[in-house]
Design a protein around this ligand. Structure first.
Ligand code: URA
Length: 259
């Protein structure tokens, strides 16, 4: 039976905990108008701190002086990692392939997860399993398409039994993520879940405390939120993620990408 696209659209808004969807264009225009002017200018964003008085300290890692955007394309970074990367022990622990990242190299919005899972290890693309399908819906909920954004992980290889990445693995792999960020130059980075958020911000603050806050990070604003896999287990937290994504939408100011 053919699917009803409007029904699908409303279903995933409902899944995300969005209230008050209405098919009436006038109602929607009013709702949009309510958000106009809440976008943050670059000048405002540059004001410190953006994380609020209780924001944990975090380390700002300087942009690599070695190579930046023009010469250092994502393709070169991928070649640098290599298809059979052996910089950490994960290459001996059953990973099938390096999962580099996917999406628009000029994206204004970047999502960073923890590490590939089983589906990603097989398909070679981040967030393609059940959690990935929910992430795609979350992206669509702010009127972007998956291909408008860039999606990557802190760790490019699947840890065995989906265990947390270990410090030596992060140490070897994260420089490649930093280079991806520096080439893409997103306006906003959404760190998905405790591991990605703590790892990027070099903090041990619980995700419940840092989610929804805004941090200056490598020329972007970084916002931690819950991981989609956590949302699959705790659907009631979708509402908080929706709040975070509305703020992300405002920070983007309607820009999907610079391409
Ligand atoms: N979880 C992650 O953190 N990353 C993926 O790519 C898939 C699941």
């Amino acid at each position: 039976m053919p699917q009803d696209p409007l029904r699908d659209h409303l279903d995933y808004f409902q899944e995300l905990g969005v209230e008050g969807m209405h098919p009436d264009a006038v109602w929607r225009a009013r709702a949009e108008a309510a958000t106009v002017g809440r976008g943050v200018s670059r000048a405002e964003q540059d004001r410190e701190p953006v994380g609020g008085p209780e924001a944990p300290p975090y380390e700002v890692i300087p942009v690599s002086a070695v190579r930046t955007a023009d010469a250092d394309t994502l393709a070169i970074i991928k070649v640098d990692i290599g298809p059979d990367c052996s910089r950490c022990k994960l290459h001996t622990l059953g990973r099938k392939q390096v999962v580099f990242g996917v999406g628009n190299p000029n994206a204004d919005l970047m999502f960073v997860g923890e590490a590939p899972g089983a589906d990603e290890d097989i398909q070679g693309e981040p967030f393609v399993g059940r959690a990935g399908q929910l992430l795609t819906k979350i992206i669509e909920a702010i009127n972007l398409r998956r291909e408008d954004v860039y999606i990557a992980n802190v760790i490019k290889c699947r840890p065995p039994q989906n265990r947390n990445p270990e410090p030596d693995e992060v140490e070897q792999c994260e420089p490649f993520l930093f280079r991806q960020i520096d080439v893409i130059k997103p306006k906003v980075i959404v760190a998905l879940g405790k591991f990605a958020a703590q790892s990027l911000l070099k903090t041990t603050e619980p995700i419940t405390r840092i989610r929804g806050r805004e941090y200056r990070y490598r020329d972007a604003i970084l916002m931690p939120t819950y991981h989609p896999a956590y949302l699959l287990r705790n659907p009631s937290s979708k509402r908080e993620v929706w709040e975070d994504m509305k703020r992300v939408r405002d920070l983007l100011g309607g820009a999907a990408s610079r391409a």
